[in-house]
Design a protein around this ligand. Structure first.
Ligand code: ADP
Ligand code: MG
Length: 606
């Protein structure tokens, strides 16, 4: 029989410890609460300190409004807040905090010192608490503002202490929190000191672009493209990372809703969609998304610490995010504008001008040798934008002081001039460019070039179709045959001449001209399989795009095709002119770039 215990009201002490569990998970969450308080106090300078992964000490000092002694004593009481007076206020909170729980919760589970001075006071006040008990109150000399120290976090809650990870992990959470708030508030000056070492010092009064460069580092900043998209009720600004700097998790994806850091899983799918055809599944590019919308449309109050945001109408926000990312990475103009860019020469062709078929590789061409070392041909592309494109309206405010984050790499071309040095491993093309050494996978590069060419024609309803000399009968798998039958008009628009031959057989008498002499059976079945899969994923536009990617893949040069120098040259030119030259439509890289600074570093020449 279970032992019965008398019912009793928990002591405040215990309640505080429980509440601490909600707000205080780890050293980084202490910092988050203290930093929010500092921002709410109007600080323009905030200093964060951590020792021993934050277990030994976390401290936040600010130059905000500070508190008089009475307020200081009140602030550590549970449910003591200066930020709301009654429930109605919750509807329109302008401050980051309002629950009045954080200080009490932190004080309950650590050795806690609060030093503060309000402008009107001569002396400051220092409160010392241990495990939630006030042990000392005294006058001290103090600058205006507040400094809160929390030592030995969870010293009295072993169960919580057990959940803390290595110093390294705790520090990375601390850094993450620091970066998030430093980005949300470029106007504030910030400093992060870890184990006595200054990790960040960020000057007050910065523009977002400068702050981003300081926080992310110049190297990463160069791999970012500005986002700037305004829909009816949503604006999306910020920066999107190029596929080359993608990683396996979302830790470098930062989302701010109306200026506040937020986590918004509702947007993850939209972000992936934005990178569709640029990144393989499971890869995530760095992203700094600043979303502005009517606050009434946002529900921030989902979780007290996680700041997980819900949208009353997620649809328009998702659409805006997708569009913003797509425009940043592959400007819409390129998709619809049939002029400019690379021409039909983009695909490697034989001397007689006939596009090469993978079935009939140009075996007669000799393996590429580069005998002309003294002066190989160089290419320059004067028509390509070199310096960052003119700032868009929304950028101009940031651009007054300096150009927006990405510097020369804002040009879409990966090189402005280059020379082909040769082919290694029977496959990879080696290029010298103005910025460094490039290895190019010709198959991936050709896929990208064909994909964009084909897609541009397709979206502007101008696919050129080329009749086959001998129509071919193609047998498909049943599901693929079904898909073809259902999508005959779409396939015609894609430039396929296809007729139903009964059963699972079709007659192909024309192919998209830009795919050159690709094998009809290979291309049609690749497209058909995509269409068959596409039905369940919805969005005709999206799977047409995927089908185009498949077709481009099948038509592109094969890894074991031997390329002639002039073919390589054409490919290099075409890739430089591609909208998104860095990856194939399935997200594999087309080029690996090693900058001269990187080479210098590797050779110890710094
Ligand atoms: P909340 O932020 O939800 O109000 P907290 O427990 O975090 O609750 O803080 C309680 C109160 O203490 C705040 O409402 C504020 O008045 C005061 N306070 C806390 N930190 C600071 C600070 N850094 N500067 C000035 N006042 C502060
Ligand atoms: Mg607070």
């Amino acid at each position: 029989m279970a032992q019965t215990r008398p019912i009793h009201v928990l002591s405040d002490h215990v309640i505080n410890k429980i509440a601490a569990g909600e707000v205080v998970e780890r050293p980084a969450s202490v910092i988050k609460e203290l930093v929010e308080n500092a921002l709410d106090a109007g600080a323009t300078q905030i200093e964060v300190e951590a020792v021993g992964g934050g277990r030994q000490l976390v401290a936040v000092a600010d130059n905000g409004c500070g508190m008089g002694r009475d307020d200081a004593l009140l602030s550590i009481e549970r449910h003591a807040t200066s930020k709301i007076e009654d429930v109605d206020d919750i509807e329109h909170i302008a401050t980051l905090g309002f629950r009045g729980e954080a200080l009490a919760a932190i004080a309950a589970v650590s050795h806690f010192t609060l030093t503060t001075r309000a402008m009107v006071d001569e002396a400051g006040t220092e409160l010392t608490m241990v495990g939630g008990k006030l042990v000392d109150v005294k006058d001290v000399g103090s600058p205006i503002g507040t400094r809160i120290e929390s030592r030995r976090l969870f010293f009295n809650v072993p169960a919580r202490r057990k959940f803390l990870r290595s110093d390294q992990t705790e520090l990375s959470h601390i850094r993450q929190i620091f970066v998030v708030y430093a980005l949300a508030h470029p106007e504030v000056g910030w400093r992060l000191v870890v184990d006595g070492r200054e990790v960040y010092r960020l000057a007050a009064g910065a523009e977002l672009a400068d702050r981003l460069r300081d926080v992310a580092g110049a190297e990463l900043a160069r791999q970012l493209r500005p986002l700037d998209y305004h829909a009816a009720d949503v604006a999306v600004r910020g920066y999107a990372g190029l596929p080359a700097v993608a990683r396996q998790d979302r830790t470098e994806q930062y989302i701010f809703i109306n200026g506040r850091p937020a986590s918004a899983p509702a947007l993850y799918h939209a972000i992936n969609q934005g990178y569709h055809t640029l990144l393989p599944p499971g890869r995530h590019a760095p992203l700094f998304l600043f979303i502005e919308l009517d606050p009434e449309q946002v529900d921030v109050n989902v979780h007290p610490t996680k700041k997980e945001v819900r949208f009353r109408q997620p649809g328009p926000v998702r659409d805006a995010v997708i569009e913003a990312i797509r425009r940043a990475l592959q400007p819409a103009a390129a998709m619809t504008d049939g002029s400019g860019g690379f021409g039909e020469t983009a695909s490697p062709t034989n001397a007689d001008g006939r596009a090469r078929s993978p079935d009939a590789p140009a075996q007669e061409t000799p393996r590429l040798l580069i005998p002309d070392l003294p002066a190989p041909r160089t290419f320059s592309f004067p028509g390509l934008p070199m310096i960052p494109p003119a700032p868009t309206e929304a950028d101009t405010t940031q651009s007054k002081t300096r150009p927006a984050v990405p510097s020369p790499e804002s040009s879409k071309a990966p090189w402005l001039w280059c020379r082909v040095l040769g082919q290694v491993g029977g496959l990879y093309v080696v290029l010298e460019t103005e910025d460094g050494l490039v290895l190019m996978d010709p198959h991936a590069a050709h896929e990208r070039v064909l994909f964009e060419q084909f897609l541009r024609q397709y979206t502007s309803h101008a696919v050129k179709s080329q009749g086959l000399l001998a129509p071919e009968t193609v047998d498909l798998l049943p599901a693929a045959a079904e898909a073809v039958r259902e999508n005959l008009p779409l396939l015609r628009e894609m430039g396929f001449g296809v007729a139903d031959f009964g059963g699972a057989a079709f007659i192909v008498d024309a192919l998209p001209a830009c795919l050159g002499g690709a094998a009809p059976a290979t291309v049609l079945s690749a497209v058909a399989e995509t269409l068959a899969r596409g039905g369940s994923r919805g969005g005709a536009e999206r799977w047409a795009e995927e089908a185009v990617a498949q077709a481009a893949c099948k038509a592109a040069v094969k890894a074991n095709d031997v390329l002639r120098l002039d073919e390589i040259e054409q490919l290099v030119v075409a890739l430089a002119r591609a909208e998104m030259p860095y990856t194939c439509p399935h997200g594999r890289p087309t080029i690996i770039f090693t900058s001269y600074p990187e080479l210098n570093r590797k050779f110890g020449r710094t």
